[in-house]
Design a protein around this ligand. Structure first.
Ligand code: AMP
Length: 142
């Protein structure tokens, strides 16, 4: 497996070198909206520690990311009036991974509404900003 590249786009977001639509942060994890959402409220949860994917992440960091993903899923059910949640997590190119800093996708779903294809359409900044605010408030209220 290739080694961790500290110049991947999510590493730059974690260092504050690039912006994101943040919904949650603690000492070990950061969560922000996917800018090309497969459904409204599509969120990515990352460990702060460098890890390429499930193959090299520490078990404790992965467990913490799972805890944060659950918190976000629960909040997203109300914030986006969802009927369900899809969780996705890809590992290496062959596994569908495009950005090589571990992340878990939390995707709110509505009954009968298909997800958009991956990276098919960039959402408007004002829509993402409003959604991030709403989801962050729902997470903080839990
Ligand atoms: P994957 O590595 O296959 O899980 O896909 C990476 C995901 O990151 C895709 O869903 C992209 O839409 C998303 N993405 C790429 N760049 C950014 C960014 N700057 N901010 C938020 N999401 C991003």
């Amino acid at each position: 497996m290739p080694s961790y590249d500290p110049n991947n786009i999510f590493a730059k977001i974690l260092r504050g070198e690039l912006p994101c639509y943040k919904v949650y942060e603690d000492d070990k994890a950061l969560a922000f909206l996917d800018i090309m959402p497969r459904a409204p409220g599509h969120t990515l949860v990352l460990p702060k520690a460098p890890a390429r994917n499930i193959l090299d992440v520490s078990p404790d960091d992965f467990a913490h990311v799972a805890r944060v993903a659950q918190k976000i899923a629960q909040a997203a059910m109300t914030a986006f009036d969802a009927d369900g949640i899809t969780i996705q997590q890809f590992n290496e190119g062959a596994g569908g991974q495009v950005v090589f800093h571990l992340h878990v996708h939390v995707i709110p779903r509505k009954s009968g509404v298909a997800m958009k294809p991956p990276a098919s359409e960039k959402e408007k900044p004002e829509v993402l900003a409003a959604q991030a605010k709403k989801l962050a408030a729902a997470i903080a209220a839990r």
